[in-house]
Design a protein around this ligand. Structure first.
Ligand code: PMP
Length: 439
């Protein structure tokens, strides 16, 4: 039985996602409140949140604009179906969102990143059917990518241990290699690239007739798989391959959206635009569940060519464009834009990377990767006990008042965009102490 104040017994009821329940009960991490950069535990300890919750609370916790907007919205309109009806907040938010993401023309709302991804895959197949090109059904994903847990996202995702227990998955899905050279470690900038990074894609296309491929999906920066920045020129080359073969390009920006790379999206920061983009997490600053699938006018217009009267897209969710989520999303954009948070993210990115690169030489650290306000500190796994070292560092940092996340033996960091240099320094000190303690 746990002895945390103000907390019911943890042995009961909840089955936590992606969690080793038996280990969790031995050392539970429970948060009762949150404000700004911090979580507060039931016994009143403040923990610096260097993960923005789970890559989502980009404006910091309990942002007053966002909490006020949710309260107001809840008292006005609790729910309206978005099947053949809607509400003003949905249109106002979509317009505002598309103004912030200028390459895209329409927003389809869902409730999570997983739903946004499965929606994107369905839209891609439907796009080709609408154009009379029904042979294009295949998808190409990439090694180490995370695209959520729906059967679509799981199939195009590239993390083997997530898929092992749940097959058979979608047929006709292929994976290109991650553009990463393990010999290049502790890089100060994005890896330099050449076209050779796409050799794996070209191999797939040489075997799979490109005219049968519906879409290629990538995270512009691989997130959950361990933060792998795209080599310079890689996404541009990927865009060119898609154009050459009539394949749609999907960017999964569930993590990279809303300021991680110092602009609203990675597409904007890196200057490469997809045909379809998925968003979630920072879309509402994590305060209300919401996902969005944005499409460019080429995709939307293809759907509008058929006979009028029938739904063009036979797909949707009860809670699509939920009024509370739209209100939270609008207020999140206010916070990001009116308070200069994308600029703040851009300004702190270099000192953030430099501080973490200072862990080179600390016990067990074999690489530091970073892109904008995303970083990974990779540890050498303990032989025969992968993941144990990462978990030990996360636990030691938590005990030291800093929340970082272990993805196996890779420590990942994704702080709110308002993080300060002093908080970055506190984090690096805590990680260095933790690494020494487990050495
Ligand atoms: N895509 C990416 C890139 C993600 O990082 C995530 C979540 N970590 C998802 C999709 C799935 O989002 P959700 O957990 O909201 O379903």
């Amino acid at each position: 039985m746990n002895h945390l104040p103000n907390t019911p017994p943890l042995e009961d009821g909840v089955w936590l996602p992606f969690t080793a329940m038996r280990g969790f009960l031995e050392a539970p991490m429970i948060f009762e409140r949150a404000e700004g950069m911090h979580y507060i535990t039931p016994d009143g300890r403040r923990v610096l949140d260097m993960m923005a919750g789970l890559w989502c609370v980009n404006a910091g916790h309990a942002h007053p604009r966002i909490t006020a907007a949710i309260r107001e919205a809840a008292g006005r309109l609790d729910f309206v179906s978005s099947f053949r009806m809607s509400h003003p907040g949905a249109f106002a938010f979509a317009r505002r969102l598309l103004d912030a993401v200028p390459g895209m023309a329409r927003a389809f709302f869902s409730n999570s990143g997983s739903e946004a991804v499965d929606t994107a895959l369905k839209i891609a197949r439907g796009y080709h059917r609408a154009r009379g090109d029904a042979a294009r059904t295949k998808f190409i994903g990439r090694a180490k990518s995370y695209h959520g847990v729906g059967f679509g996202g799981l199939s195009v995702g590239g993390i083997a241990r997530h898929k092992r227990d749940f097959g058979p998955l979608l047929a006709d899905v292929f994976h290109m290699p991650l553009p990463h050279d393990p010999a290049q470690r502790f890089l100060r900038d994005r890896p330099a690239a050449g076209d050779h990074w796409l050799a794996g894609l070209d191999d797939i296309l040489a075997v799979q007739d490109p005219s049968t491929v519906a879409a290629i999906i990538v995270e512009p920066v691989t997130g959950s798989g361990g933060v792998y920045p795209p080599p310079i020129g890689y996404l541009e080359a990927l865009r060119a391959r898609c154009d050459k073969h009539g394949i749609l390009l999907i960017f999964d920006e569930v993590i990279t959206g809303f300021g991680r790379l110092g602009a609203c999206t990675a597409a904007e920061a890196l200057g490469v635009w997809p045909d379809i983009m998925t968003l979630a997490k920072g879309l509402t600053n994590g305060a209300v569940p919401m996902g969005a699938t944005l499409v460019n006018s080429r995709v939307f217009d293809a759907y509008m060519q058929g006979p009028a009267g029938a739904p063009e897209l036979m797909h949707g969710y009860t809670y699509s464009a939920h009024p509370l989520a739209c209100a939270a999303g609008m207020a999140a954009l206010d916070a990001y834009q009116l308070e200069g948070m994308f600029e703040a993210s851009a300004a702190i990115a270099k000192p953030f990377a430099a501080a973490l690169l200072g862990l080179q030489g600390a016990p067990h650290v074999i690489d530091v990767r970073h892109c904008g306000l995303l970083a990974a500190v990779e540890l050498e796994p303990r032989p025969a006990a992968p993941g144990v070292r990462g978990a030990a560092v996360a636990d030691a940092c938590f005990a030291d008042g800093v929340l970082v996340r272990a993805a196996g033996d890779t420590m990942v960091l994704s702080p709110p965009l308002v993080v300060t240099a002093a908080q970055v320094a506190q984090t690096v000190d805590a990680m260095a102490r933790a690494l020494r303690a487990i050495a």
